[in-house]
Design a protein around this ligand. Structure first.
Ligand code: OGA
Ligand code: NI
Length: 339
């Protein structure tokens, strides 16, 4: 429990095991915000604009690997409630958090700090996190925190809505890739894991990281962020970071490594990170939609003549094993399965 950043963040100077080496530290955390990351109005897909919406999503997924969705059908009230119940969870007194805190990472609900590589990593991340599966709901909901008392109900309702939204977006992406719109249903999106992330204020944001540079190891991620800036995407062509604008009631959507494989590198799984700030807590809720363990991941229906498959087939379970073996290095993991 003493490890949780939220229990001791008000210190100066920052402890040495939180200071990243110069080439990894963010330096200037104030980067341009938005910079063309598309904001897509999903309601247009139902108003005769389906083809155009698909084109916008595909272009965003190719160019940035990230986009935001508005008018997505999840109620603003439910989004507000979800954000506040997560914030309340992290703000509970330590005796209450003690019930959920664990260093046994095989448990179905984990409250911990930095990452599950804490014991091996040299430098820790300036964040605490709460992690649990959330689909199918009936299988997991009873493992979740019992306080705040409305946690299970609110996060349960939000999980159901986010799963539906993910299916809708994957349906549009499937169509855009020339696949059947049900291509991603069941097997390829049968699991969903939620991570609530809590980033306390940090006295030295230029030296530390909330979340280090990474690519998500799932199919697709749907993120609910609060009004505090911090999420940044790497523009690899120009080697510069772009901030994701915290648009109220939008979801941030990003392409995971498995979807990059399925699309045979047509869609990009982009590197991103989270920086800290001096004065405000930041809370985000990430829903990682991913494939069932035994499902086979491979480039979908590729034309062998014009576009040979870039990856060998592998199971989602193999991917996770290699991912853990490589210390959560998604690029190295993808390299292993390259054709
Ligand atoms: C992640 C992630 C972003 C955020 O957990 O994979 O990128 O805003 N989180 O916390
Ligand atoms: Ni991520």
């Amino acid at each position: 429990m003493e490890k949780l950043v939220s229990n001791w963040y008000n210190v100066e100077p920052v402890p040495e095991n939180y200071i990243f080496p110069p080439e990894q530290r963010p330096g200037n955390v104030h980067v341009p915000i938005g910079e063309g990351i598309p904001v897509i109005d999903l309601s247009e897909a139902e108003k005769g604009g389906r083809t155009l919406t698909i084109q916008k999503i595909l272009k965003a997924a190719q160019d940035f690997g990230f986009f935001q969705v508005i008018n997505h059908g999840v109620s603003e009230n439910l989004m507000n409630e979800t954000a506040s119940v997560l914030r309340e969870f992290f703000e509970m007194p330590s005796e209450a958090k003690q019930q959920v805190y664990t260093e046994e990472f095989s448990k179905s609900c984990i409250l911990f700090t930095s990452s599950i590589s804490y014991a091996q990593e040299k430098i820790h991340l300036w964040r605490d996190f709460l992690k649990h599966p959330c689909h199918p709901l009936h299988k997991w909901q009873h493992f979740w925190p019992q306080t705040p008392t409305r946690y299970q109900e609110i996060v349960g309702a939000c999980s159901v809505e986010v799963k539906k939204l993910a299916s809708r977006i994957l349906g549009l992406i499937g169509e855009g890739l020339g696949l059947k719109s049900e291509y991603f249903e069941e097997e390829l999106s049968g699991r969903m894991i939620m991570t609530g992330l809590h980033y306390p204020p940090c006295p030295e944001p230029s030296l530390t990281l909330g979340t280090s540079e990474h690519v998500d190891a799932d199919v697709i991620t749907i993120l609910l962020q609060d009004e505090v800036k911090g999420l940044q995407i790497l523009n690899e062509d120009e080697d510069k970071w772009i901030g994701v604008d915290p648009i109220p009631h939008a979801f941030v959507v990003n392409i995971g490594a498995l979807l990059q494989v399925i699309s045979n590198n047509k869609l990009k799984s982009a590197k991103h990170r989270v920086v800290t700030n001096k004065s405000r807590f930041r809370t985000s809720v990430a829903f990682f939609v991913t494939a069932l363990e035994d499902s086979v991941i491979e480039p979908a229906h590729v034309d062998q003549v014009h576009a040979p498959a870039m990856y060998k087939p592998f199971t989602a379970k193999d991917f996770v094993a290699k991912y853990l073996e490589s210390n959560a290095d998604t690029e190295a993991t993808l390299g292993y399965f390259r054709a």
